[in-house]
Design a protein. Structure first.
Ligand SMILES: [Zn+2]
Length: 323
């Protein structure tokens, strides 16, 4: 008798098409022992996800229905997973109906709103994402939900607002205030730079080392410790998104040229290693017109200078967590 667990593990390491094949064979075979984890209904759920990843939403829906028949009972409601695959199949109103059904049953389930926000945003339906996330945020503000999920809802919504070129609205700013109030210690530990939630209207220019300056900067300030320019750019992108989610007006990135910067700091008698010095330098550079605007507009090249469009480059970097 073959071990279902072993096949499952192998499938999880495979690419989507191969994963589909392995999981299909696994759930069809009769000589497999499902005594260990995972239970067979979870394997059906994984198969559903694999179908979706491989671009077969209709089969994903059928596999998920089978998982439910066999006892799948995860959170949030199974209709949320079905909605995800239905949306992938392009059936927007059917997906909406599934989500509405799940909400009617349990309107306080915050993960429902989180999942809805994610699936709509994944399908570039940002207005729907914003609306579902707004409902979730309202429920979270009303109740005593954990601040983790509230933070996630707020960040997802900030991202969709950003995608539509909208500024944070009153609900968004209220939620941000709540997050601040929930984590007073964390807030106390916030450095003066970059300014965060307490200063929602602050206009910010972020200092950065361009690709041809980063190696030199790391040699001088080893604490920068970035594995690659790409990783560094994604981290900057995440910081900008974090600040945007906090309601800040992020104007863009100002480049720092190491030698010129060090010389300027020496002249002024300030420490070039400090974040404050870099920030001051960035603000001045921006005032002099030396600033890459962020976020890039629709179809524009990425601010990081990779040459790719923003959408295909740094746009998918997640918002950075609080330091
Ligand atoms: Zn980029």
């Amino acid at each position: 008798m073959r071990s279902g667990t072993e096949i499952f593990r192998r499938a999880m390491r495979a690419d989507p098409e191969r994963r589909v094949a392995l999981l299909e064979a696994a759930v069809a075979a009769e000589d497999i022992a499902w005594d260990g984890a995972p239970p067979v209904h979870d394997v059906w759920e994984e198969l559903a996800d694999a179908y979706a990843s491989a671009g077969h939403p209709a089969m994903a829906i059928r596999a998920m229905e089978r998982a439910v028949e066999l006892g799948w009972n995860g959170r949030p409601d199974h209709r949320v997973k079905l909605a995800e695959f239905t949306l992938l199949a392009g059936q927007v109103s059917a997906a909406g109906a599934l989500l509405e059904g799940a909400r009617a049953e349990d309107p306080d389930e915050l993960w429902l709103y989180n999942a809805a926000g994610l699936m709509y945003a994944d399908n570039a339906l940002h207005a729907e994402a914003i609306s579902w996330l707004a409902q979730g945020i309202a429920v979270a503000l009303d109740g005593s939900g954990s601040d983790d999920i509230l933070e996630q809802l707020v960040e997802l919504r900030a991202e969709s607002l950003f995608q539509l070129g909208q500024r944070p609205d009153a609900l968004q700013l209220t939620a941000v205030d709540r997050l601040n109030a929930l984590s007073p210690t964390e807030q106390d530990q916030q450095p003066v730079w970059p300014p965060t939630l307490a200063h929602p209207k602050t206009s910010i220019v972020l200092a950065y080392f361009p690709a041809d300056q980063l190696a030199q900067a790391i040699a001088r300030w080893p604490e920068l410790d970035e594995p690659s320019w790409e990783a560094y750019a994604r981290q900057l992108e995440g910081t900008a998104k974090r600040l945007l989610a906090a309601g800040a007006n992020v104007r863009g990135f100002a480049p720092i040229h190491v030698n010129r910067y060090v010389a300027a700091c020496a002249e002024e008698g300030v420490d070039p290693a400090s974040a404050e010095s870099r920030a001051m330098h960035a603000t001045r550079a921006a005032a002099a017109g030396d600033c890459v605007a962020w976020p890039p507009g629709r179809g524009e090249r990425c601010w990081c200078g990779s040459g790719r469009t923003y959408r295909r480059c740094c746009a998918d970097a997640p918002p950075a967590a609080f330091v």
